[in-house]
Design a protein. Structure first.
Length: 383
């Protein structure tokens, strides 16, 4: 598991009660956590990959890589402990490097298939994956349909083998500009409810492109009502970004949202509105959204009744899994198992699913975690 402990901006009120467990206890705890059914709301398809797959695609499509050594590839394809804790830097380096591999519809399908397969191995029973059709179309001349059909093809093939329910979120990229954002909104409405499309996401530089610039685009999506809305906010920018995402764009969920903790009124605002926060512990530290695991606000957010959840963001970037993020949350963020259960239930309750299906998912996860509580609580206590 990659470890990031780089001092940057310090969020207030960190939990400060990380647990120390031996290797054997950690391995047993990880095994128990892996068995739990999980829902993940925030995972990017372009950030979900195996290093071996990158090498195989490079050979198949004759891509010019700086190295064809698996371990050497890590410094280009993954965020390393020495990488600056800056989201912009990571996007300009790791993210940009990876776009070359999404070269055909078949390559996109492979990434999607392996994403679902890896999710199943990690105990995930419900997964929402997001991607921008525009980003991948610009990189390789794909149409929006090429990108979506490739992803849908891979997901469908995986679902024939693995019982992972998967929804897709189409990303609107801030940097693409308002005209492209409008095109993506039209496209999302055209395919809503088909090919697994359940929602839309706004991603990109939230400081340079605040929510108000996209108010008209998201008003159409909100008025239509068929797609869930999640907005990246409260990661690179502060609490005001989160409030604007909810009030201006109609966000039901916030991607990351960790910086709401900097303002008590905004924290209460998201709690009272029932807004789901898609926190990503390792990513939040690696990108500098929080200063360290000890400063991560997941525990205090849960204590204040906020519907905060645990996600991977980009498991390929950070060499992590959702089970690993659960382990980090328990051992480094200081969550109790009951708080972890709350976060897991929040994820199920925040899924962009029909009400009866969502209720069944909540019940499944709640029952499984209740059954596992005695064993995992004992492990956390050294028993």
């Amino acid at each position: 598991m990659t470890t990031f402990d780089r001092p940057t901006r310090q969020a207030p009120a960190g939990p400060g009660n990380a647990r120390s467990l031996g290797e054997a206890e950690l391995a047993e705890l990880a095994s128990e956590l892996q068995k739990l059914p999980k829902a993940e709301l925030h995972r990017h398809l372009p950030g979900s990959y195996r290093l071996q797959t990158l090498l195989e695609l490079a050979r198949e499509y004759r891509l010019d890589l700086p190295t064809y050594d698996l371990e050497g590839l890590r410094q280009y394809a993954q965020v390393q402990p020495g990488t600056p804790a800056n989201l912009g830097h990571i996007l300009r380096t790791v993210s940009t490097f990876l776009r070359q591999f999404f070269v055909t519809r078949e390559a996109i399908a492979r990434f999607a298939f392996e994403m679902v397969e890896d999710a199943w191995r990690d105990g995930i029973v419900y997964l929402e994956s997001r991607f921008s059709p525009w980003v991948l179309s610009v990189a390789h001349g794909h149409s929006f349909d090429d990108v979506l059909m490739g992803a849908a093809q891979g997901v469908a093939a995986a679902q024939r083998l693995y019982p992972v329910q998967t929804g897709m979120l189409l990303g609107v990229t801030r940097e693409a500009g308002l005209a492209v954002a409008s095109q993506l909104a039209d496209y999302a409405l055209d395919v809503a409810g088909t090919l697994g499309v359940v929602g839309v996401d706004l991603a990109g530089d939230e400081e340079m492109y605040p929510p108000r610039q996209f108010a008209g685009v998201f008003e159409r999506i909100r008025a239509d009502g068929r797609l869930g809305i999640t907005i990246h906010a409260g990661e690179a920018a502060g609490p005001d970004s989160v409030r604007a995402a909810v009030e201006t764009l109609g966000a039901q969920r916030i991607g990351h949202g960790v910086r709401v903790i900097e303002d008590a009124e905004t924290t209460e605002f998201v709690r009272a509105r029932g807004i789901v926060l898609e926190t990503c512990p390792t990513s939040n530290v690696a990108t500098g959204a929080v200063g360290s695991f000890a400063a991560h606000p997941l525990k205090p957010l849960l204590a204040r009744g906020v519907a905060a959840t645990i996600n991977t963001d980009d498991p390929g970037w950070f060499d992590i899994s959702l089970t690993g993020e659960y382990l980090v949350s328990l051992t480094r963020l200081g969550l109790t198992f009951d708080e972890l259960r709350q976060a897991a239930i929040h994820a199920a309750a925040g899924a962009f699913l029909p009400d009866p299906v969502r209720a069944a998912l909540v019940a499944r996860i709640g029952n499984a975690y209740a059954a596992a509580a005695p064993r995992i609580t004992a492990l956390l206590s050294g028993g």
